[in-house]
Design a binder for this molecule. Structure first.
Ligand SMILES: [Zn+2]
Ligand SMILES: [Zn+2]
Ligand SMILES: [Zn+2]
Ligand SMILES: [Zn+2]
Length: 338
């Protein structure tokens, strides 16, 4: 994630609320998009980067947003993406919603930076992306109503329980996943959104060759078979995860997930680590992946030093790199208004 600068010169990280050097208020400026410090002016906050008078996003009262907008009593553009929030009657729900908002913001800022949907032409008008963060409940007849995390027609639903690290770890072990994180959920589900919103623009021939024809594989039957028999023994030769083998749609979403992981590492390595990495759409995918995997190997060693898990797989086979190249190529699609 890219960092910003406080008016005192101190570096600002995405998670900082106050400058540790000068105690200035920090946040994201709506008018100029910078991660910046603010100076109080009467009832408003003056952006120290662009000088605009700004006002706290209304979600700041819940502690789930750090944006400042051009007009008072408004939601910021990133909060506007959330259609449904959980019941805010208890502090646990608010804290879990906050954790989901942090992951959602990391996702949206990255998609914008890379020029991927929904930040393409007027795509967010024709195929709006929305999020709902809701919890399991009991309906009026006393039956449990379970919330399934997933994507449908532009709406990403995340079960609020996923923001509970104990729940997440239990499911991770059950499903034998190497990692289970909120940002991972966001990146996977937005992969389905890219698929849905851009389906007519994806190169179908290459999509079918690399991932398979999604309409030729019955989804429910594929899911049943996956959970009954597990993935093929040699799945790692051709897929980024065991789950990706279930269905072409899941393969595409898992590939987008890993592509965004790789680009996130490359962005941080460039901005914080001072490495010079070309992340432009024109760069060769193999070269970019190879540079990032060098970093992954190094950081994973730090993780092992402290008893943590690998950052990402340390090797990716040629078949997976070809799939990543397909996703990378989406950034070069030139389109006008949809
Ligand atoms: Zn400062
Ligand atoms: Zn500004
Ligand atoms: Zn906001
Ligand atoms: Zn999925």
């Amino acid at each position: 994630m890219k960092t910003g600068r406080c008016r005192c010169g101190n570096r600002i990280f995405f998670n900082n609320h106050y400058c540790l050097a000068c105690n200035a208020t920090l946040g994201r400026c709506g008018p100029c998009s910078a991660l910046t410090s603010f100076s109080a002016i009467d009832q408003s906050q003056g952006c120290d980067t662009c000088g605009a008078a700004t006002y706290a996003c209304t979600n700041q009262v819940h502690g789930v947003c750090r944006s400042f907008n051009a007009a008072p009593n408004t939601l910021c553009r990133l909060c506007e993406f959330t259609r449904t929030t959980p019941a805010l009657s208890n502090a646990t729900n608010v804290a879990r919603w906050g954790a989901l908002e942090v992951a959602k913001r990391r996702l949206l800022l990255q998609l914008e930076e890379l020029g991927l949907p929904p930040f393409v032409a007027n795509l967010n008008e024709t195929h709006p992306l929305k999020f709902q963060f809701i919890e399991d409940s009991i309906d009026s007849t006393g039956r449990p109503r379970r919330v399934t995390t997933g994507h449908k027609d532009g709406l990403i639903t995340i079960n609020l329980a996923e923001a509970d690290s104990v729940h997440r770890e239990r499911v991770r072990v059950q499903l034998r996943e190497p990692q289970r994180t909120l940002i991972g959920h966001m990146r996977h589900e937005v992969g389905h959104y890219v698929d849905w919103s851009w389906a007519s623009r994806l190169a179908a021939k290459d999509y079918h060759r690399l991932f398979g024809d999604p309409l030729a594989v019955d989804y429910a039957a594929a899911m049943g078979a996956h959970y009954q028999h597990g993935p093929p023994a040699d799945w790692a030769q051709s897929h980024v995860s065991a789950y990706a083998t279930m269905h072409p749609w899941e393969d595409f979403a898992e590939t987008v997930n890993v592509y965004l992981d790789i680009l996130a590492i490359a962005t941080t390595a460039s901005d914080v680590g001072g490495r010079s990495l070309d992340m432009s759409p024109a760069v060769d995918t193999k070269q970019l992946v190879s540079q990032v995997l060098d970093i992954v190997i190094e950081v994973s060693e730090y993780n092992y030093d402290l008893g943590l898990t690998a950052l990402l797989p340390e090797r990716l086979p040629p078949a997976v790199i070809e799939k990543l190249a397909y996703v990378h190529g989406l950034r070069s699609i030139k389109i006008g208004p949809l």
